[in-house]
Design a protein around this ligand. Structure first.
Ligand code: NAD
Length: 256
């Protein structure tokens, strides 16, 4: 039986990357949530075992692609559930996490490339539209302190679109390009071209452009403030308590 979590019985949450831009926002959101309690805030140089010593049930990780796997390993070894927003996950990394969870069937890990509800919805809309258009390209735009490109969201979107196109038996979109300056057509993920823009002033934005005969469809999402990610993060924390295995994408926790 699942016991409802309240002020008297709050979910014990640890935050990794607690002094970072996202981590600090997560700390504020968890502190403000009536059914949660923040028990450990860990950043570079802090004692990682604080998370386990404090009895965290769920860890939220917004750190760096180079360290996130080690963090998840630590949590799985200590039977702590994870809600992971850090980017840089490819199929191999996801498979690695899955293999760690195999001997821990009661444990759950959520890896979500984007916690903004609008971004998750736009990915779902893109997956629905993909089968109807010959061509598709993605433009993702972020602040210039972002270390990885393309973004995790763009990679995930491209994966969803490629799967939908493959299901529909679509051939690669027509493209007459025979000569190009290196990178001019962006990165190719599956068969989707992805263009990454980095500029100060931006937060996180993505356009998915579909093209067919005589029409285009553009799906655009803009995150203007990190607060916009917090409802998704808190939903992830609440949901992962009763989920098992690796869950990739917040859409799996929404009733879409
Ligand atoms: P940031 O650089 O502001 O924060 C990262 C923090 O992690 C820093 O304070 C750093 O000191 C800390 N850190 C690094 N290694 C650590 C370790 N081993 N243990 C504990 N802390 C460690 O970056 P940010 O803008 O907050 O983004 C963090 C990550 O989240 C990035 O990968 C970014 O792409 C991703 N992100 C994801 C979403 C989403 O919705 N999934 C949204 C925004 C950002």
């Amino acid at each position: 039986m699942t016991v409802a979590r309240t002020e008297d019985n709050p979910i014990r949450v640890g935050v990794l990357g607690a002094r970072g831009r996202m981590g600090a926002e997560v700390c504020r959101a968890v502190e403000a949530a009536p059914d949660m309690e923040i028990v450990a805030m860990v950043d570079t140089g802090d004692w990682m075992f604080d998370i386990a010593d404090a009895g965290a049930e769920v860890v939220v990780d917004f750190t760096h692609p180079d360290v996130v796997l080690d963090n998840i390993r630590f949590c799985v070894d200590h039977d702590i559930r994870c809600v992971v927003g850090t980017s840089g996950f490819d199929v191999a990394k996801l498979d690695t996490v899955r293999s760690w969870l195999e001997p821990k069937p009661a444990l759950g890990v959520l890896v979500a490339p984007n916690f903004a509800l609008g971004a998750v919805l736009s990915m779902r809309f893109a997956a629905l539209a993909a089968r109807y258009y010959a061509s598709v390209e993605i433009i993702e735009l972020h602040h210039n302190r972002k270390v990885d490109a393309p973004s995790g969201t763009a990679t995930h979107t491209a994966r969803l679109i490629s799967a939908a196109r493959a299901d529909a038996g679509l051939a690669p979109g027509p493209d007459a390009t025979t000569s190009e300056v290196d990178g001019a057509r962006g990165a190719t993920l599956g068969e989707v071209h992805v263009h990454s823009v980095r500029l100060p002033g931006l937060v996180a934005h993505q356009e998915i452009l579909f093209g067919g005969d005589g029409e285009t469809l553009t799906i655009r999402h803009d995150s203007f403030d990190r607060k916009g990610f917090m409802p998704g993060v808190l939903l992830g924390v609440r949901s992962i308590l009763t989920r098992t295995g690796l869950i990739v994408g917040l859409e799996n926790l929404l009733d879409l």
